[in-house]
Design a protein around this ligand. Structure first.
Ligand SMILES: [Zn+2]
Length: 340
């Protein structure tokens, strides 16, 4: 058992005092419980699981003037930069932002629910099996490609640290990428820690659930038309999923869920990337959870410049050296053009 990374202090819990929670983990991890099986009981540190959704009272759609955007570029150009990205990076690839303006309020499933309840796991795997084809077909967008092309000239990146679980930075050619919240295309045994491919598990589950497999195209089409792209799958209680082939343990997507902390070796890699940098650039994250916010705090403490570009407010706005507003692809394209 390697649970050492699950701390009791829940560093990925919502920042006290914020309107909402929400790690920027992809929907396909959390497409499960609209009504938490454990009920709304209180946990340490305040409200348990406010639903995902737009931040209350937030202003979206602001645009920085070109001079400000150019100033951001001047500040970063030619310096080692660590980049921290969130869900706003992948919305152009059809993956939703849980905190953006179009976010549909919902309650994510927690690690504890997943581990404690067979029924929760059946529901999770059934629904995410329907969503998997769409998730798997997501391709890097302009934002991913532009960022990858800015490195190493004019922006020598020490790493792209991402809160997304979609693997799209790596697919666009960014290297190294630190997957702070894991990867949805991997599965990890919660007992022996063995990693395996989600694709293989998907095939396995299709063969274990022929009835759902037969209806998959129809269900996937329904999900694609739902406002939040989520799959409503009936009879999830009969869905079958396999145990770990090595030890019989519980398999779970290799992503950090609510109630869990990022893996310590991954966090260490992210901090190493930050340490090697002179500046931190935040792209498309509202920095609502500590797992991202702590890098801004650490950068500030060590006197590094922090540039934040996001559509909508972030938790760290007062701490930024420069706060830019606008569409990510527009700003990155302008920086590209400025680089000549
Ligand atoms: Zn195992």
């Amino acid at each position: 058992m390697s649970r050492a990374h699950r701390s009791d202090t829940e560093p990925d819990a919502p920042v006290p005092g914020t309107a909402g929670p929400a790690a920027d983990v992809g929907r396909w991890f959390s497409t499960a419980a609209r009504a938490p099986l454990d009920g709304p009981g209180p946990t340490r540190g305040g409200p348990r699981l406010p639903a995902w959704g737009p931040m209350e009272g937030a202003q979206y759609g602001l645009r920085s003037v070109p001079d400000e955007i150019d100033a951001g570029f001047a500040l970063l150009r030619g310096r080692p930069v660590a980049v921290l990205t969130g869900a706003g990076m992948s919305t152009g690839s059809g993956l939703p932002d849980y905190r953006g303006r179009d976010a549909v309020p919902r309650s994510p499933m927690t690690y504890q629910e997943f581990m404690r309840h067979d029924l929760a796991r059946r529901r999770y795997w059934a629904r995410s099996t329907v969503g998997w084809e769409q998730f798997r077909s997501a391709r890097p967008g302009a934002t991913h490609r532009l960022l990858a092309a800015l490195d190493p000239t004019p922006l020598p990146l020490t790493a792209v640290i991402t809160q997304n679980v979609d693997g799209l930075h790596a697919a666009a050619g960014s290297d190294p990428v630190v997957d702070l919240h894991g990867r949805l295309d991997r599965v990890r045994c919660q007992q022996c820690d063995a990693l395996s491919a989600r694709t293989a598990l998907h095939q396995r589950m299709l063969s274990m659930n022929p009835e759902l497999a037969a209806r998959l195209p129809e269900l996937a089409a329904d999900a694609a038309q739902a406002p939040d792209g989520d799959a409503e799958v009936d009879r999830t209680s009969t869905f079958r999923y396999p145990p770990c082939a090595l030890c019989g343990g519980i398999l779970k997507p290799d992503v950090v869920s609510f109630g869990e902390s990022a893996r310590p070796e991954v966090v260490a890699a992210a901090f190493a990337a930050l340490e090697a940098a002179e500046a931190l650039l935040v792209l498309g994250s509202s920095l609502t959870v500590q797992s991202g916010l702590r890098f801004v705090r650490a950068a500030g403490k060590s006197g590094k410049d922090v540039v934040i570009l996001n559509d909508g407010p972030t938790r760290a706005d007062p701490e930024a050296t420069l706060r830019l507003h606008g569409r990510l692809e527009d700003v990155l394209a302008r920086w590209s053009a400025l680089a000549g």
